[in-house]
Design a protein around this ligand. Structure first.
Ligand SMILES: [Zn+2]
Length: 626
């Protein structure tokens, strides 16, 4: 009797665990499919089908009959019974081929969703579902569905390369050789990988990591930007533009770490880059100074990009810039070789000018002038600076401000070194303009003040003192993108949530954020919540014991400040005095937050006038145009 009880128990356990597995599989299929649907390319495909989004599910013997389930042991398909689009995947495919691999599943579901978005499956009478197995799939349709599927998977943050490699590996074991298991006319996985490499150019642009990289670059989070571009390159190693971006990012990181002593030692004029601050707001204090290894990596990366695609003018321009800030001192000859080449490519090609924009053209011209000055070629510098001076733009945004500032600096310092009193008088005026528009924390500001101090006695309105100038200076605070959790752990916006979980644990899922394909997860031990799709989109500090956020005020020497959960609005306003904010619904359109776009922080103020929620969010998620 005892044995019988035991065996019943065993069977019961087996049955429950099989059910548990089945529902876990269904959850996985649903969540990956939802993720793919969130991509912009997955919008409703027009009039073809009467409903959208498609219904997705695992084929089961119960629902679809024993025979269908057996026939479709390793299968997936898209169909439109009664014009209602569906995607089905067999249990065999999920348990033997997918085996919990998100990238493989994203590829299979993306391909099927691709067929629907392209309108391949015709509307059929409702009962006819299994007949789609005989549906003729042309090779053209297969390739088109592949391309669409890759686009969806990449946009959703999955790796197509890993997925294809996974399928190729499994082909040997399971003979799963095509998406719909129709055999004959299907390209092999090896074929598909080769095709992926050939047709990569438009694809990497669809990767979320590429856009994340660009947005991190724009907000000067160079380490994060470099990580993003590296992950795009893992997927598409031959993408020269992406490699060029990585090289530029590394170069910016190198320049970002220079101190004013380092710059004094280089003895060059103000170069034009994205932008340039004395100190960054990275949360961890890092070793600053000349990082030769970083410079070398930047130059090697840029050279590899140049070799892969010699038509990229900006890669040449950035190589020129790199030689101006070389750790052992500027090499103006090398710099000019690249800058002049980039300049002539840009000036001779209207399409290139349009593609790169006016900012890039001006930056190249400015840096060419700096290189001429460093080479002692005053005539060459004078010509380029005169050209830029005549074509000055109105200051409308950060970019135009930085370029105008660089122009004032370079013209001012050049004229200040002249022996003619007239030129020195003009220098005083131009340098004063510079000192008024540039942040006092720019590492060139101090150098400019020294030059100004040397020539201002001859100026018509005398000398303005350093404290007077600083008092009227603007403040900058860099976007905060990470939270320090203590114990060497941190959490970054934009990083893979799967990776983050290996450090901080699974947490407690709280539910989805209104309507979106994102999930909110609660971490009581850190007193915070994470909102993530595949990547972390927001970090919410909302309980006692939550980590503080450290900010560094870029203004008049007030040093560090921090904001934290539970502080009063008075305290908050003292710290964030000059930061502009607007009210905005963040996670829920009906709950207003004070959103500070400049630093990527949103604050919900509670009834006691305290900070009840502090949210780190990428400002690129929001429209910044006002
Ligand atoms: Zn197909």
């Amino acid at each position: 009797m005892r044995t019988r009880h035991k065996s019943i128990l065993v069977i019961l356990l087996f049955v429950t665990s099989a059910f548990a597995q089945q529902s876990a599989d269904e959850d996985l299929v649903n969540s990956v499919f939802r993720q793919l649907l969130a991509a912009p390319a997955a919008a409703h495909p027009g009039q073809k089908y009467t409903s959208w989004p498609p219904n997705v599910g695992i084929i089961s013997a119960q629902r679809d009959g024993e025979r269908a389930a057996e026939q479709m042991r390793l299968n997936a398909f898209a169909a439109a019974p009664d014009c209602h689009p569906i995607v089905r995947i067999s249990q065999g495919l999920v348990s033997d081929v997918v085996r919990g691999d998100h990238d493989v599943l994203a590829l299979i579901l993306g391909h099927e969703l691709g067929h629907l978005l392209l309108g391949h499956p015709l509307c059929t009478p409702a009962k006819d579902t299994p007949s789609v197995m005989e549906m003729a799939v042309t090779r053209e349709h297969e390739y088109a569905a592949d391309a669409k599927g890759y686009e969806l998977a990449l946009a959703a943050g999955y790796s197509v390369r890993r997925g294809l490699k996974g399928l190729q590996r499994l082909d040997e074991v399971s003979h799963y050789s095509s998406f719909e298991a129709l055999g004959a006319d299907h390209p092999s996985w090896t074929d598909r990988i080769a095709r992926l490499d050939r047709e990569q150019a438009p694809l990497w642009r669809t990767m979320s990591a590429f856009y994340d990289g660009v947005s991190f670059l724009a907000t000067e989070n160079y380490e994060l930007a470099a990580n993003c571009f590296r992950s795009v390159l893992r997927e598409f190693p031959q993408a020269a533009d992406v490699r060029g971006n990585l090289g530029y990012t590394l170069l910016m990181q190198y320049i970002d770490q220079l101190r004013d002593d380092d710059l004094r030692a280089l003895g060059i004029g103000q170069i034009a880059t994205g932008s340039f601050y004395a100190e960054s707001l990275h949360l961890k204090s890092k070793l600053r100074g000349v990082d030769t290894a970083l410079w070398t990596e930047a130059v090697q990366t840029l050279k590899a990009a140049e070799q892969a695609d010699p038509t990229l003018a900006l890669v040449k321009a950035n190589l020129g810039l790199a030689y101006l800030v070389q750790p052992t001192g500027p090499d103006p000859k090398q710099a000019l070789t690249y800058l002049v080449r980039a300049g002539s490519m840009l000036s001779g090609d209207k399409d290139l000018q349009n593609a790169y924009g006016e900012t890039a053209v001006r930056a190249v011209a400015n840096n060419t002038a700096v290189a001429y000055l460093a080479a002692g070629n005053r005539r060459g510098a004078d010509g380029v600076l005169q050209f830029l001076w005549d074509k000055q733009r109105r200051i409308t945004d950060e970019q135009s401000l930085l370029q105008t500032a660089a122009l004032y600096f370079n013209v001012g310092t050049m004229l200040a070194s002249s022996d003619e009193p007239d030129q020195r008088r003009v220098a005083a005026d131009v340098l004063l303009k510079y000192l008024r528009v540039e942040s006092a924390d720019s590492i060139w500001w101090k150098l400019a003040y020294e030059k100004y101090d040397g020539v201002c006695s001859g100026a018509s309105n005398g000398c303005v003192t350093e404290p007077q100038l600083k008092a009227s200076n603007r403040t900058f605070v860099r976007e905060v993108a990470a939270v320090d959790l203590g114990g060497g752990k941190s959490l970054r916006l934009g990083e893979s949530f799967r990776d983050a979980k290996t450090r901080i644990g699974q947490g407690q899922p709280v539910g989805s954020v209104s309507g979106a394909s994102t999930l909110r997860t609660h971490y009581p031990q850190y007193a915070l919540d994470v909102v993530a799709s595949d990547v972390i989109i927001a970090i919410i500090l909302n309980a006692k014991g939550a980590p503080e956020l450290h900010l560094r005020e870029m203004g008049t020497g007030s040093g560090k400040a921090s904001i934290r959960y539970g502080m009063t609005t008075d305290e908050l306003e003292t710290v964030l005095a000059d930061q502009p904010y607007r009210y905005e619904g963040l996670l829920d359109a009906w709950v207003p937050y004070r959103f500070y776009p400049g630093i990527g922080i949103a604050v919900r103020v509670g009834p006691q006038k305290t900070v009840d929620e502090l949210v780190l969010v990428r400002s690129s998620m929001h429209s910044t145009g006002e």
